[in-house]
Design a protein around this ligand. Structure first.
Ligand code: FAD
Length: 365
């Protein structure tokens, strides 16, 4: 055996593991089928701007340990995510807060906003929501739901809210303060210089092969390592033998524009169904960029099929049950550990990925 560990996937999970393993004197080979390291947090430099190639990534956490951990690898700026929503010719602040309500109803005080929501909720007369539309209406009332939730959700899921189950939206948080900070976490920011640098630092001194697919590689190198950490799709690992787990995918249309400031904000949501994309990201604003040009990405939510980039696991009952079956198979797999968002079939924010990887490190090493 040449290495202690073969790490499949150079995303955040694989990189944290390899970094910690090296510190403990273990040897690792990291492979990734993509032409670059970093997995979904990879940034590509276009016109001097760090473009979040697989979707906008904002680091936020309330876990001090994780925050201190990630700060070893980068300095974070003071970016605060404050998206805006465009509905037809109206523009609103997100998340739903007093700025949103005052614009929507021309009101000033929290009490007025609370009364208006309570009135609109009562008007729906819904007590037991049978679908997502009824659920949304019964949580925030007609105006907020129809202008800011309905069309966006329908685009995300490719189906009418009436045909979606109520459980998808458990809560629609509303804030009765003038606070546009999207996240409630204690720590937040964007790494200065982009995310790829973090992964480069984590993998410093560790052998990495990109453009290398595990399934091909292991055929030719069956004895490469004592153990494997697999952060790819768990169902693909088992040849989809119990069936494929479902995902939602996202398609990005990225353009360079000859203007220094296209939309004045990093994230603008388009909440009416008739606009085909869900959001436009203007990447330079994550790092307060002063470049002459700008780069924007339009995000289109899309159906997923085997072979496409899997973004969001569809954690409904059927898929969770299937994952449970795969997990049982995984437990029997000697010398293979499954981790990360694809290995665990779970939507993980970056801080949760670091937490999970460090827990696994503590167990394994
Ligand atoms: C659109 C979008 C937006 C997001 N925004 C945020 C955000 O704002 N804040 C936040 O905290 N989190 C965000 N996240 C979550 C974040 O992307 C993840 O937490 C993180 O990237 C997961 O890391 P990972 O290592 O588990 O997986 P990945 O980054 O997916 O890494 C897995 C790697 O394994 C490789 N791989 C897979 N199969 C094979 C194979 N057979 N052979 C070789 N290599 C293989 C892949 O190429 C990939 O590089 C977002 C996620 C998405 C999808």
């Amino acid at each position: 055996m040449k290495y202690d560990y073969l790490v499949v996937g150079s995303g955040l999970y694989g990189a944290v593991f390899a970094h910690e393993a090296k510190k403990k004197g273990k040897t690792c080979l990291v492979i990734d089928k993509r032409p670059h390291i970093g997995g979904n947090i990879y940034c590509e430099n276009i016109e001097g701007i760090n473009v979040h190639k697989y979707g906008a990534h904002i680091f936020h956490t309330s876990n001090k340990k994780v925050w201190d951990y990630i700060n070893q690898f980068a300095e974070f700026n003071n970016y605060i995510n404050s998206p805006v929503a465009i509905y037809k010719d109206e523009l609103y602040n997100l998340p739903f807060n007093m700025n949103t309500f005052s614009k929507m109803w021309n009101i000033k005080t929290p009490q007025e906003a609370k009364d208006m929501i309570a009135k609109q909720v009562a008007e729906t007369g819904i007590t037991e929501p049978k679908n997502l539309e009824e659920q949304g209406l019964s949580l925030v009332g007609k105006d907020v739901f129809e202008k800011l939730v309905k069309g966006y959700t329908e685009k995300q899921w490719g189906r009418a809210c009436k045909d979606l189950p109520a459980f998808i939206i458990k809560r629609l948080p509303v804030r009765f303060t003038f606070d546009n900070n999207y996240f409630n976490d204690r720590y937040q920011g964007i790494p200065i210089g982009g995310y790829t640098k973090i992964i480069e630092k984590m993998l410093d001194g560790i052998e990495v092969k990109t453009d290398t697919d595990y399934f091909e590689f292991i055929k030719e190198n069956p004895d490469i390592a004592e153990k494997t950490l697999f952060t790819g799709m768990i169902d693909e690992y088992f040849g989809y033998k119990l069936g494929a787990l479902e995902y939602r995918s996202v398609r990005f249309e990225t353009e360079v524009l000859e203007t220094d400031n296209y939309q004045g904000n990093a994230v603008v949501n388009y909440t009416e169904r008739e606009v085909p994309y869900t959001r436009i990201i203007e990447h330079k604003h994550f790092e307060f960029g002063k470049q002459e040009k700008t780069v924007i990405s339009k995000e289109y939510s899309s159906e997923w099929k085997v072979g496409m980039e899997p973004y969001y696991p569809v954690n409904n009952e059927q898929n969770n049950k299937l994952f449970e079956e795969y997990r049982k198979l995984a437990e029997q797999e000697k010398n293979v550990i499954f981790g990360g968002r694809l290995g665990n079939y779970k939507y993980y924010d970056m801080d949760k990925v670091i937490e999970a990887a460090l827990e696994m490190v503590a167990e394994e090493l």
